[in-house]
Design a protein around this ligand. Structure first.
Ligand code: PEP
Length: 255
């Protein structure tokens, strides 16, 4: 089963408007370096319009994504962004359940599940993040934690919905720490996630789902990760803020 590789940049709460424009233009101008790899930029919500306009101006195939959203289409939810608003701004993707949302903002699996359903209903592709903490890994609980998160976050999705979802395996201990999971550690969990998707839908559906690895991915460690059979791309934080690094990673995944 060949799955198109997907590399997404999670800019988190970084850059200013001028730098966001500059980085977008640089990535758009060099998209050929990514080869067949699909690229997604996920700027802060405040800059979605700016980045979307820069991509539009460059007639770029680079996709736009949000970093979070509410699960309701509108209403009295001060400070939140609704799924149709992301769509309106040109987003095709939205990151959901990032570990920073889970640990710093109290997002639970049921909440991520509600958001995943809302994203799909709005026509957005959710990038659903899961991953264990260092304590959980050292306590031998990786499989249990990831299983609970995958089952909880994707509960009740129809097979036709599930096959559209992107899952990002991001061990919390590897995010922003410079400590990347070994390709074997990552592959082991990716294979577990694919088998869980098989039990939620069917092996045929599971074979279509793209599973990204995230956690200190850099151009110099991306090729070994990309060589694993169940690693279909990367969700990139720090290294997505530099065009050279982001494109270097994309290239390793199939440029
Ligand atoms: C992330 O936040 O999704 C991430 C993987 O960050 P970093 O690449 O900086 O570890």
């Amino acid at each position: 089963m060949s799955r198109r590789k997907i590399v997404a940049g999670n800019w988190k709460m970084n850059l200013d408007r001028a730098k966001a424009k500059e980085l977008t233009a640089a990535v758009a101008a060099r998209i050929a370096e990514a080869g067949s790899t699909e690229l997604v930029l996920c700027p802060p919500a405040a800059y979605l319009e700016t980045v979307g306009a820069a991509l539009h101006a460059a007639a770029s195939a680079v996709a736009l994504g949000g970093q979070n959203m509410h699960d309701k289409p509108s209403g009295a939810f001060t400070g939140e962004v609704a799924p149709p608003m992301l769509l309106d701004l040109g987003c095709r993707y939205v990151i959901l359940g990032h570990s920073e949302r889970r640990t710093l903002f109290g997002e639970t699996d049921p909440r991520v599940n509600a958001k995943a359903k809302a994203a799909l209903a709005a026509g957005l592709t959710p990038i659903v993040c899961v991953g264990e903490t260092l304590e959980e890994r050292e306590g031998g609980r990786t499989e249990e934690v990831v299983t609970t998160q995958v089952r909880g976050s994707l509960a009740g999705l129809l097979p036709a919905e599930l096959e559209k979802v992107v899952v990002a395996y991001e061990p919390v201990w590897a995010i922003g720490t410079g400590k990347v999971a070994t390709p074997q550690q990552a592959q082991e969990v990716h294979a577990l996630i694919r088998s869980l998707l098989g039990s939620l839908a069917s092996p045929a559906v599971a074979a279509k789902v793209r599973i990204q690895y995230g956690g200190s991915v850099k151009p110099d460690n991306a090729a070994d990760l990309a060589a694993q059979p169940d690693i279909d791309g990367a969700l990139v934080g720090g290294a997505s803020l530099k065009a050279d690094d982001f494109l270097g990673i994309a290239k390793a995944f199939g440029g």
